[in-house]
Write a protein that binds this ligand. Structure first.
Ligand SMILES: NC(=O)c1ccc[n+]([C@@H]2O[C@H](COP(=O)([O-])OP(=O)(O)OC[C@H]3O[C@@H](n4cnc5c(N)ncnc54)[C@H](OP(=O)(O)O)[C@@H]3O)[C@@H](O)[C@H]2O)c1
Length: 279
């Protein structure tokens, strides 16, 4: 019998870490896709001492296309199928930055990185028993309709750019659903809530980030609570198939989040920039 395998990006902190811990007893093997191998190894040991699941740690920096490619190649060598792929990693950058490949950092990491990883791993997912992709998006998408140019921005606004990257991930889920649900793919996007994590605490803005979290923590969910939506999506693939969900409740997506022309335009531009013919 084939192993039941889950792969997750961004499991070394916050919501992703709690998601990996909560789902560890549901799978035979969990693949931790991490940008920091040391943190990945610490988590591997922690999970393996608690539960009889096998853990693999693979380096995957979503802000670098070559790193994503090499992670996907390793996975294709090691596994015949991936039952559940969770696109969880994310960053908030308060300053204007670019990825190595020249994309605005949040769009490049949160959206393009996950798009490319999904493209490369989709054959493994479609070859599995469960065939599931869960996207951790955000209600931040509400602040930010998308229009070209998508990947390089003259003006920078952390809230708008973050929201646009998360709208991109919502469009990614919708495109996956439209293109592959007839092949049995189950896909869901979730909003985890406002959660106290390390999001936004980059070395450059750590003091500001800590202050914000200190003031707002009483109003935020814990990371464990924040993982609930992802865990629900994984446990009930049919129920939330093609939906945007929070805490088990299907959310109505705002008009621009359902704009098929805007979505098609972003998808076409993404395929172009990645030199791909299809997702
Ligand atoms: N917190 C919230 O209130 C909230 C609300 C809505 C949506 N979300 C979404 O929830 C997801 C998880 O965020 P979180 O709040 O748990 O934040 P977090 O504590 O900062 O965790 C983010 C994870 O992403 C990883 N990551 C960051 N940049 C990466 C890169 N270039 N390549 C690979 N991995 C990378 C981090 O790795 P390191 O451990 O190495 O830093 C970490 O494991 C994100 O998609 C975020 O947009 C969060």
């Amino acid at each position: 019998m084939r192993e039941n395998i889950m792969a997750i990006t961004g499991p070394t902190s916050g919501i992703g870490r709690e998601t990996a811990l909560a789902l560890a007893n549901q799978f035979d093997r969990i693949v931790l896709l991490v940008r920091n191998l040391n943190k990945g190894e610490v988590l591997k040991q922690e999970i393996e001492t608690k539960l009889p699941v096998k853990i693999d740690v693979i380096h995957c920096d979503l802000s670098e296309l070559s790193s994503i490619e090499s992670a996907a190649n390793k996975m294709k060598e090691k596994y015949d199928s991936i039952d559940c792929l969770i696109l969880n990693a994310g960053i908030v950058s308060l300053t204007k930055q670019e990825t190595k490949d020249g994309f605005e950092m949040m769009m490049g990491t949160n959206y393009i990185g996950h798009f490319y990883l999904t493209h490369l791993l989709l054959p493994l997912v479609l070859d599995s028993e469960t065939k599931q992709v869960v996207v951790v998006s955000s209600n931040g998408y509400k602040f930010a309709p998308l229009k070209a140019p998508y990947f390089k921005r003259r003006k920078f606004n952390p809230v708008t750019n973050y929201g646009q990257s998360k709208l991109g991930t919502l469009y990614l889920m919708q495109t996956l659903y439209d293109s592959y649900h007839e092949e049995g793919l189950k896909t869901t996007a979730v909003h985890p809530g406002a959660v106290s994590t390390n999001l936004g605490k980059t070395p450059k803005n750590e003091r500001f980030g800590n202050l914000v979290y200190k003031v707002l923590t009483p109003y935020f969910l814990t990371a464990e609570e924040g993982s609930f939506s992802t865990v629900m999506a994984v446990k009930f693939p049919e129920k939330y198939n093609g939906k945007y969900m929070h805490n088990g409740k299907i959310l109505k997506v705002q008009k621009h989040g359902n704009d098929i022309d805007a979505r098609t335009s972003l998808m076409t531009a993404t395929l172009d920039v990645l030199n791909l013919t299809h997702l």
